[in-house]
Design a protein around this ligand. Structure first.
Ligand SMILES: [Ca+2]
Ligand SMILES: [Ca+2]
Ligand SMILES: [Ca+2]
Ligand SMILES: [Ca+2]
Length: 294
C-alpha cells in the first residue's frame, strides 16, 4: 500500500515538473502566488451546449453586450458555431444561445464596433452556410425584441482574429479583422458597413503559411496616433498605419527564425501594444512558441 502511495507521489511530482517545463517552453508566464496572497477560486460556469465536445470554446470576452448596464461573459463555440452569453444570476451562471450562423467561430469581442454609442457582440470565423461562404464577421446586438445578427464582411479567407479601436485616427471606432492568408481588413460602419483590404504580411498575395493570428491596435511607436499591428505564422510583426489617404505596411520586427524549418514555421501567435517595461512609452510585445519578447 505504501509503495503505491509513494509511486503516486513520485508520479505527481514528475507531472508537476513536466507541466512547469511545458509552460515555460510555451512562453506563458507561470505565477506562483505567495502564501499570504488572496487565493483565486476556479468556478466551472458549465458547458453551454449538449453533445460531444470535440473542439470546444475558442473565444471569450467580457462586456455589456446586451446594453443593460451590467457586464456578461460571451463565448464562441467551435463545435456548434454558436455565440453564447453567460449571465450571473442568484442561481449561478446561466448560458443563453444568442446567435448562430457561421460554421467555425474563433473569436468574440464586445464593444461599440459600429460607433453608434451602444455596445454589440462581434464574432469572427468561417462560414460554410449558404449563401454566405467565406470569412465571417458577425454583429450580434440586443434590442427590445431580443437578439439579432448581421453578417458584416465577406472579404478574405477564414477570419482568425478581430480587434476594435480607432485604428485610422478619425475619432471613430472600427473593427479590424485578419485572415488565414495574412491579410488585414478594416470594417467601418457609415450608413452601411464598408470593408477594405489594408494589405498583407506576405509577398505572395495569399499564403496559408502567413496566417495573421496576432492583432492589436494602439500607439506602438509613440507618435500620438494609433496604428494596427499584426503578427503572423511567418514570424513578422507588421505595423499598418493610415496617413490620411492610404495605408502603409512597415515591418517592425521579426521573431526568432526557425533555423531548421525556416520562415514558414516561425510563428508569432499573439501581440499586445502597451508599456510593458514601464518607461512611459508603449511598445509592441510579441509571443512566439518559445519566448515572450519585449
Ligand atoms: Ca449587460
Ligand atoms: Ca454600437
Ligand atoms: Ca477610426
Ligand atoms: Ca503611433
Amino acid at each position: 500500500m505504501n509503495g503505491r502511495v509513494n509511486h503516486m507521489s513520485t508520479t505527481s511530482a514528475y507531472k508537476a515538473v513536466v507541466i512547469c517545463v511545458f509552460l515555460v517552453l510555451a512562453g506563458i508566464p507561470v505565477l506562483f502566488p505567495d502564501a499570504s496572497a488572496e487565493a483565486w477560486t476556479k468556478n466551472d460556469m458549465g458547458k453551454p451546449y449538449d453533445g460531444n465536445t470535440y473542439y470546444g470554446l475558442y473565444g471569450v470576452a467580457v462586456g455589456d453586450g446586451d446594453r443593460d448596464s451590467s457586464n456578461e461573459v460571451y463565448v464562441t463555440s467551435f463545435d456548434d458555431a454558436t455565440v453564447y452569453q453567460y449571465t450571473f444570476t442568484d442561481a449561478g451562471w446561466v448560458s443563453t444561445d444568442i446567435a448562430s450562423g457561421g460554421t467555425y467561430l474563433y473569436r468574440v469581442i464586445v464593444g461599440d464596433g459600429d460607433d453608434d454609442g451602444s455596445s454589440e457582440v462581434y464574432a469572427a470565423g468561417y462560414s460554410y452556410t449558404w449563401p454566405n461562404y467565406g470569412p465571417m464577421l458577425q454583429q450580434v446586438y440586443h434590442d427590445d425584441s431580443g437578439w439579432h445578427s448581421n453578417l458584416i464582411t465577406t472579404l478574405g479567407y477564414w477570419t482568425v482574429n478581430v480587434a476594435m479601436g480607432d485604428g485610422n485616427n478619425d475619432n471613430r471606432t472600427e473593427i479590424y479583422t485578419s485572415d488565414y492568408y495574412g491579410h488585414l481588413y478594416q470594417n467601418a460602419k457609415g450608413k452601411t458597413w464598408d470593408s477594405q483590404d489594408l494589405g498583407n504580411t506576405t509577398n505572395s498575395s495569399d499564403s496559408s503559411y502567413a496566417s495573421m493570428y496576432g492583432l492589436a491596435i494602439g500607439d506602438g511607436d509613440n507618435d500620438g496616433k494609433n496604428e494596427v499591428y499584426g503578427s503572423s505564422s511567418i514570424g513578422y510583426v507588421d505595423r499598418f498605419a493610415y496617413d490620411g489617404s492610404s495605408w502603409k505596411r512597415t515591418i517592425v520586427g521579426r521573431g526568432e527564425l526557425n533555423s531548421y524549418y525556416g520562415e514558414n514555421y516561425s510563428m508569432i501567435f499573439a501581440i499586445k501594444v502597451g508599456d510593458a517595461d514601464n518607461d512611459g512609452h508603449n511598445g509592441v510585445n510579441r509571443r512566439n512558441r518559445t519566448h515572450p519578447t519585449g
